[in-house]
Design a protein around this ligand. Sequence first.
Ligand code: NA7
Length: 543
Amino acid sequence: IGGGDEQQYDALIVGAGFAGIYTLKSLRDDLGLKCLCIDQAGDVGGTWYWNLYPGAMSDTESYVYRYSWDKDDLATYPWKEHYVKQPEVLAYLRHVTEKFGLRRDMEFETMLVGAEWVGEKEGWRVTVKGREGERTVRARYVVMGLGLLSRQNVPDIRGMDGFEGEMAHTGKWPAGLSVDGKRVGVIGSGSTGIQVISEIARKVKTLTCFQRHPQYSVPSGDRKVTTEYRQWVNENYDEIWKTVRDSTTAFGFKEKERQRIFQENWDKGNGFRFMFGTFNDISIDAEANEGACEFIRSKIDEIVKDPEKARKLKPYDLYARRPLCDGNASSGQTYFEQFNRPNVDIVDLKETPIDQIEAKGIRTGDGHLHELDVIILATGFDAVEGNYNRMRIHGRGGKTLKDAWEEGPTSMFGVHIPDFPNFFMINGPLGPFTDNPPAIEAQVEWITSIIQEAEKASTSSAVIEATRDGQRRWSEECEKLAANSLFWKAEDNWIFGANIPGKKRCLRFYFGGMGGFHEELRKCAANHYPGFEPFAQEQAVKA
Ligand code: NA7
């Protein structure tokens, strides 16, 4: 690669969260590539660096919310509770970074501004902006580990700027902001909203929850990890990871057992288990779906003492959004239980919408001013492609991502886009809809192996590029798998981009499960990479 004074790398990795950390380790230590990993944050962590809101935790169980490839670490690295909280995830990611000496190839407070594909010999020319201003670097490969959910969705509410108290989006929580003893309003009741509410209800003076859609949430079942439990996990880790890798979450039960099974899984906890581990048709059959809805509604009636609050909290639409679960070991109480506290109230925005934000608080359509010291925006993210839209990335012939995604964001495997050679996304559009660390691992391992294969075949100028046909086939496969899903029909779902005004409503995930995804990758490699421009001998000739 030519390029004067520009620093030259084999691979530039963008993002130092779960994806970037593993990519750096894998490309640098396994393939021996010269890498630079950049992140606009001040340190590693990605999502877990920014999401400092009270109650932030993973709603995937601790033992699988980590990397699976370091067996020693799996057996010895401690975790306290069944769900890992933000400080623990961050500490874990820092630990992995230190353990493998990754920090020396990382640069923080540095963002990718733009990138252009120069040609097969030159690779990518990338403009980055760091502490010392802008500079350009060259890289043969660019890997984007931007995170699915990192660009905040800040709603446009009249009068927002005039609020005299403090206002914070959960995804960019200012370090040191405390809500204890204050009058707090929370807008949003997705995974994040219910975590914040469950954590702060007991600590604030008053809590007003502004809810647009009520949610089907089940208890997380969080509790301390016992020595016996940890020993069981350690002894069964191989089997656990095998199940995760092969999982399709499909198994059937007899109808008469329905209530017992719902109850059992409610008691065990975890939203994914409740939705996908009870009956295999909840997400595809409206009648089965209503069975689960009725069960959760009956639980809300049972738990919430004030019938008016219970009425507002009960959802009547499909149980077909990302499954939620709530309640952490330290609060000892679940989301719905919080509403039995006299200081906690719920405002149904369908009945009384927000009229405007004023200096002293939020005024709703009924003329009432809810006086507040702090407004928390738990309003979610411009998910999946949101982050890409603010970068200038030009592939072959100057083609932009905007051009490539004119009909809606798409890719092959969530990773590759035609006309963007040697450009890889981790969890790009049409990547797997599963627990995140295993999905990331699958994609990092795929990227590593395809680079390795291409380098074997073509030495210094390997070019890896999906064909239009490859991408079309993948997107057809994704459409086919999602066709029966009730998820399509749920309103305002971020999974389809419907939570952001003006964002195109279309499929953004592969719903074939982790097992299906691994199988697709395996078949592609075994069949000599159909769906890719050939990167065998002729690349060497071209070079
Ligand atoms: P979500 O799941 O997108 O939830 C955002 C919440 O904010 C949801 O309840 C929205 O209501 C609500 N919202 C969004 N915009 C507004 C406006 N303008 N007014 C009122 N309410 C609004 O984001 P989360 O951060 O909770 O979770 C994202 C993912 O992070 C989660 O799925 C996990 O994977 C981790 P709605 O229900 O759409 O009516």
